[in-house]
Ligand binder design. Structure first.
Ligand SMILES: [Zn+2]
Length: 309
């Protein structure tokens, strides 16, 4: 039996089609390791199916203090991209892991190394040199910049740029994902501003300065922080003065990240007649906050509910 030429042609076309279809799948995804879940969530939005993303910290953990598990070294050894917040947020744990991974692609200065503080708008940059010896855990400025939506866009843009550089075939996809993310975030931010408009200028207090970017976006008046300096526990006299200031200002809420002990903040809130509000500051810090936009959405809703009372 002879095979007809037309059948051979069909087969050739079919093989060509299959090969073409298989190419994007066969390409290895970029392996991305981020220090925090917020960076991971944005990396996923931009990279889509072309990236595989893992966060070292959980959204329920204090990003200043994460236990560097040895199993993470394997992920880092294999990674194409390492992304961190910078400004010494991760100084207690990320450098140790990077050293042990011995992966020049993602070492500081390597092609796959990303420090987002280089593109973010950073607040609280000290006028003079501050060392950790003084106990301040933000010696280079406030590293919690991801909680401001404008910085969310800057993070997304840098991911898109880096992914396109390392995987030029995906450039169009990364650009489209970036445009879509910015469009959704802008639309959400406009909605949040409207939702918060009636409460503009409401006096509030936060435990750590992690909330500064969010509260400025939300138009709140920050009366003070329970920590006298980032990372420094308050003295009784400091708290007494803060409570007095809150009473005078009519402070409505005390905002605490979920990983801090709420005992002191609860006491302060009670004494000052304010509502204690435990808010996730990272993606995954609450079940509903499972991506970047839902994190801010959740926090905006909880904050407006708390101060409406
Ligand atoms: Zn901090």
């Amino acid at each position: 039996m002879t095979t007809k030429p037309s059948k051979i042609k069909t087969l050739t076309v079919a093989i060509a089609l299959l090969t073409a279809a298989a190419t994007p799948l066969a390409a290895d995804p970029l392996k991305v390791v981020t220090t925090t879940t917020d960076l991971a969530a944005i990396a996923r939005e931009i990279g889509g199916s072309r990236v595989r993303v893992k966060s070292i910290a959980l959204g329920t953990q204090d990003p200043h203090f994460v236990e560097p598990k040895p199993s993470l070294i394997l992920d880092l050894r294999d990674a194409d991209v390492f992304a961190e917040i910078g400004l010494q947020l991760e100084i207690g744990w990320a450098p140790l892991l990077l050293d042990q991974a011995r992966n020049p692609r993602i070492s500081r200065g390597g092609r796959g190394y990303l420090d987002f503080s280089e593109v973010a708008t950073v607040l609280d940059i000290p006028m003079r040199r501050v060392t950790r010896a003084e106990g301040d855990i933000h010696p280079l400025g406030n590293p919690h910049y991801w909680l401001g939506p404008e910085n969310g866009k800057r993070i997304a843009a840098l991911f898109a740029q880096k992914f396109a550089e390392l995987d030029p075939d995906g450039t169009r996809e990364y650009t489209n994902h970036l445009m879509e993310f910015v469009r959704r975030l802008d639309a959400a931010a406009a909605r949040w501003r409207e939702q918060l408009e009636p409460y503009r200028g409401t006096p509030v207090v936060a435990y750590h300065t992690s909330w500064k970017y969010f509260l400025l976006f939300a138009g709140m008046e920050i009366v003070g922080y329970i920590e006298p300096k980032p990372g420094i526990p308050p003295s009784p006299s400091y708290l007494a003065e803060l409570i007095e200031r809150m009473r005078r200002a009519g402070a409505k809420a005390v905002i605490v990240d979920p990983f801090y002990d709420a005992k002191v903040p609860r006491l302060v809130a009670e004494r000052a007649g304010a509502t204690l509000l435990i808010l996730p500051s990272s993606v995954g810090g609450a079940a509903e906050a499972d991506d970047y936009i839902s994190l801010l959405e959740y926090d905006v809703t909880k904050l407006s509910d708390a101060i409406r009372r």
